[in-house]
Design a binder for this molecule. Structure first.
Ligand code: ADP
Ligand code: ADP
Length: 233
């Protein structure tokens, strides 16, 4: 079945006359291995959607199922556990731990997902090698370029092979060349079967995905498959 099932998600902020719906009944199903991009103008609800899917916020109405588990039905503790084990996060601002080196950052991500120390070290080395980042394993984040930091952040997000990777404007802080390399890594992960849901302002980046979902005023208003890459579906 699908990895992610979002049903009728509704979320408002504020109360009474000031209440404003950030999401108004969003439903979306993401198949295993699919790469979905969510695009839309600022304020249309993209971050709200990602936070609900990532279990960082709870909806007023509707449900999110990841790998068959209904996340809003879980206690906050169980939700945090599910998030650590099943979801990888990539942020616009990389969010690497500054006092840990590159390998330490990837290992920490695995450790909080429940992987043992030795296995985490071995897996970190493997994923950094795959990503062409082995030479940077001992470097601290502050010594890296933005593009390098984001590649490390993606390595951290995918290292534990989560059910789902959520990326919030992953190229938003990068120049064109760095952005292209980040997109190449995402494409490679997609090629390995990683399911990806990405929010982006950049239509060129969105066009890499299997499916682009257009959000406006808290609603899905359109869906497209760029480039006819999946002609048979
Ligand atoms: P996007 O990520 O597409 O820019 P958001 O999901 O951040 O959109 O925001 C959707 C709407 O909800 C906007 O009108 C925004 O101002 C509002 N909003 C988002 N977060 C909050 C919050 N914590 N409190 C009040 N309003 C919020
Ligand atoms: P806890 O330790 O209680 O689980 P954290 O704040 O450490 O909570 O966050 C847990 C996970 O949620 C981490 O993987 C983190 O990367 C992710 N996360 C935190 N803030 C955001 C956010 N604004 N958007 C998406 N993911 C987030």
């Amino acid at each position: 079945g699908p990895i992610l099932t979002i049903t009728d998600l509704t979320r408002s902020y504020g109360r009474g006359e000031r209440a404003r719906a950030a999401l108004r009944g969003v439903s979306l199903t993401v198949a295993a291995g699919e790469w979905v991009a969510v695009v839309g103008p600022s304020g249309c609800g993209k971050s709200t959607l990602l936070h609900l899917v990532g279990g960082l916020d709870t909806p007023d109405v509707g449900s999110v199922r990841i790998g068959g588990e209904e996340i809003s039905a879980l206690t906050p503790t169980k939700r945090a556990l599910l998030r650590r084990r099943r979801v990888g996060f990539v942020f616009q601002s990389y969010n690497l731990v500054p006092h840990l080196d590159v390998s330490g950052n990837v290992e920490l991500g695995l450790r909080v997902a429940g992987v043992g120390r030795r296995a985490a070290r071995a897996r970190a080395a493997e994923v950094l090698d795959d990503f062409g980042l082995a030479d940077l394993a001992r470097a601290l984040p502050a010594t890296l370029s933005g593009g390098q930091q984001q590649r490390v952040a993606i390595a951290r997000a995918v290292a534990g092979r989560p059910d789902l990777v959520l990326a919030d404007e992953p190229t938003g802080a990068l120049d064109t060349a760095a952005s292209r390399r980040v997109v190449e890594l995402l494409r490679a992960e997609h090629g390995r079967g990683q399911t990806l849901v990405m929010v982006t302002h950049d239509y060129a980046v969105a066009a890499e995905a299997d499916r682009v979902v257009f959000l406006r005023d808290g609603r899905i208003v359109d869906e497209r498959r760029p480039g006819g890459r999946r002609a048979a579906t």
